[in-house]
Unconditional design. Structure first.
Length: 695
């Protein structure tokens, strides 16, 4: 609930110099330039628009006046770009004033102008602002769609200012949607950029957002830590606005902790600053906190007083989340005062708002939208991978041409030289060169598969790294608190023991997640190195599970709309099996990639009830170890099955497969491990590969 006004704080940062911070010196400089430039030309339009953006966080009334003057002059001069920028400035200012209908009206016009100008970056700036307004209204579907598109364009143009704003907005939005992993990811990226630019107000906003993640997730202690850190930073910066906004969030946690009197003190302190600045959204939210605290203290009259004001203000500005919460509080307060007619009225209103904001239909719309649009964030990365694959294919083709030419030369030499000794020597030389070429092809295939693994590894390694960074920061804070406690004349042994226990737990988690990240990196390095073929006792269950997840996440990084059910039946009595783990891992990776490719290909034309499924089994049978990889994908015809293990044979479209994966896998199993590989498949029904190794 409180996350919504974190978006409101971003309004103070938009479209100003130095990553959106309206520095006094910048505003003064713009005023001086505007005062000196009296000529009614395009330069004056640009100065008016820039100044409107710069003063918006302090005085949106002046921002509206400047934006309107810029729009009128741009229209008079027939200056389309100036008109588009002025409309954007007006839309942003009306958003600050919580007049969402007018804000959207101006922003839609601005986007139309930028589209006519073929200005994709300008359209992205407007889309980001529209996403902010839709979020403030509680319309999460268009908010998410527009924000993700703006992020894609910001990445495309490498616009750091738009990247910074959009990541912060998406972090807030994903908290509202309950997707804390995505929220944490975006906040981490925003924090990294703010730290590089030494943007302390930006850092303060991220700290506030991290507090919201923990508050919404129910970890109140961690939420309080981040809120207090943000408040200390805002106080040091002299930024009363950020301090008040974070204090309002802190008061909400204090109510949850049962510290009702303290919550009243904190909320009243915040409300005083917010009323002076006219920040209506945060005011409405803070009034619900005051109302709830009074309700918990058994003061229904005071709860009704603040609840009614929150109800009226939130409905006036269209803040549906607060309207929902205020109606809930008023229903309870009137019931305690025995006014059941009013209690029933507000209970009906609460139910209606709750259905609108979190009904099943809305959740389904969001789920579909997330699947269809979140992959746009990684378009640039996908293009880079495609370019790298193209270069690898070109190298492979060149190598094959070279081998072909070598064969032609060898045949010509053999025919021209009749002496048996020279022929034998030439033949040995040819065999050696072909073996070297084969080794190069195998290494090329290994590197191609490493590329397939990269996205999965990135997904796998991100979580432990996030945990390491998070617990490290919390540990530093714990040490600070411990030092403060030890410096007190009257120390609290219980508190010190609690802090030491928390610190130990954090370090254990850092060690655990650091070890997890190290194992992933170690596995990646082992995969890329040339293998000696040395066999060693290996846990096949763990190896299969690891490569299954990496292959799945690697594909989902390319196509977020793809989902599959992963089923594992691992024989717990299998024990360790003597294999060359790097080579056997490549075999598994090839089989898993082919399985996911087959089910995704079938999904494109299958009925709506089709569920892509990949199943992995391990078992011991009569002196052999079996590993089965089964899918319910497109399957294969008999003619395809006969050729499936031939070098360079592939059923994939041109450019999407080398045709070496299964051929090399077959050699690894049959020649390197004295095993067998069989395939069972039926066109349209699925495929099963069965590996059998002698024990």
């Amino acid at each position: 609930m409180g996350i919504r006004f974190l978006f409101f704080t971003l309004l103070a940062t938009l479209s100003t110099n130095l990553y959106g911070q309206a520095q006094t010196s910048v505003v003064d400089s713009l005023r001086t330039q505007l005062s000196a430039h009296k000529q009614l030309d395009t330069t004056r339009v640009n100065l008016l628009t820039t100044l409107s953006d710069a003063v918006r966080s302090e005085d949106y009334t002046e921002a509206l006046e400047l934006g309107q003057e810029a729009l009128t002059l741009a229209q008079k001069l027939r200056y389309p770009r100036g008109e588009a920028n002025a409309l954007l400035a007006l839309g942003a200012a009306y958003g600050d004033r919580n007049d969402y209908n007018k804000a959207l009206s101006y922003l839609i016009q601005a986007r139309q102008r930028f589209i006519v100008l073929a200005d994709s970056l300008g359209s992205a700036r407007v889309a980001g602002q529209m996403g902010l307004v839709y979020t403030q209204r509680g319309d999460y579907v268009p908010a998410l769609s527009l924000s993700l598109w703006a992020l894609n364009q910001a990445n495309k143009f490498n616009n750091k200012q738009l990247l910074q704003r959009t990541r912060l907005r998406l972090g807030s939005l994903y908290v509202s949607l309950g997707d804390f992993d995505e929220a944490f990811s975006y906040y981490s990226l925003a924090m990294e950029q703010f730290e590089k630019t030494q943007d302390e107000p930006g850092i303060c906003r991220v700290l506030n957002g991290l507090g919201e993640i923990y508050r919404t997730a129910g970890n109140r202690r961690q939420a309080i830590r981040y809120y207090n850190k943000a408040i200390r930073l805002a106080r040091r910066l002299g930024n009363a606005q950020l301090q008040a906004q974070t204090e309002s969030n802190l008061a909400a946690v204090e109510v949850q902790n049962g510290e009702y009197e303290q919550a009243l003190t904190t909320a009243h302190h915040a409300l005083k600053t917010l009323l002076a600045r006219g920040e209506y959204e945060v005011i409405a939210w803070t009034q619900t906190i005051l109302a709830r605290a009074h309700l918990k203290l058994g003061r229904p009259d005071s709860a009704i007083y603040y609840g009614q004001r929150s109800w009226n203000l939130s409905r006036q500005i269209g803040y549906r989340e607060v309207s929902r919460d205020a109606s809930d509080i008023l229903s309870q307060a009137y019931a305690e005062g025995n006014d059941f007619k009013q209690a029933y009225r507000f209970q009906l209103a609460h139910t209606a708002y709750n259905d609108t904001l979190s009904g099943i239909q809305t959740r389904q719309q969001l789920a579909v939208l997330q699947q269809k649009t979140r992959s746009t964030e990684r378009l640039a990365e996908a293009r880079l991978r495609a370019e790298e694959n193209r270069r690898q294919r070109q190298w492979l083709i060149s190598a094959l041409i070279g081998i072909g030419l070598l064969g032609v030369v060898a045949v010509a030499l053999w025919r021209s030289n009749r002496q048996q000794n020279q022929a034998n020597a030439l033949l040995r030389q040819q065999q050696a060169e072909l073996k070297a070429a084969q080794s190069q092809l195998i290494q090329s295939e290994k590197m191609a598969s490493l590329g397939e693994l990269t996205a999965g590894i990135a997904h796998e390694i991100q979580n432990p790294l996030n945990f390491v960074n998070n617990f490290s920061e919390v540990s530093i804070e714990l040490l600070d608190e411990l030092a403060q406690e030890q410096a007190k004349p009257a120390r609290d042994p219980d508190l010190e023991a609690e802090l030491l226990t928390d610190l130990k737990q954090n370090l254990e988690k850092i060690s655990h997640h650091g070890g997890r990240a190290s194992s992933i990196v170690r596995g990646m390095l082992q995969h890329s190195r040339a293998s000696s073929g040395q066999r060693e006792p290996t846990d096949l269950n763990a190896l299969a599970d690891e490569y299954l997840r990496l292959a799945y996440h690697g594909l989902r990084a390319k196509d977020k709309t793809f989902n599959a059910e992963l089923i594992t039946h691992f024989d717990t009595s299998l024990g360790k099996v003597n294999v060359a783990p790097q080579e056997f891992g490549r075999v598994l990776l090839n089989l898993f990639n082919n399985a996911f490719y087959a089910v995704r290909d079938r999904q494109k034309t299958a009925p709506s009830g089709y569920r892509p499924t990949v199943t992995v089994r391990t078992a011991r049978h009569n002196g052999t170890v079996e590993v089965c990889v089964q899918d319910n994908g497109t399957g294969m015809s008999d003619s395809v099955k006969d050729k499936i293990f031939q070098p360079f044979f592939t059923t994939k479209p041109t450019g999407q497969g080398t045709g070496l994966g299964l051929s090399l896998s077959y050699d690894i199993i049959t020649k390197g491990h004295n095993g067998t590989v069989n395939v069972e498949s039926e066109a349209g029904s699925g495929t099963q590969f069965i590996i059998r190794l002698p024990t």
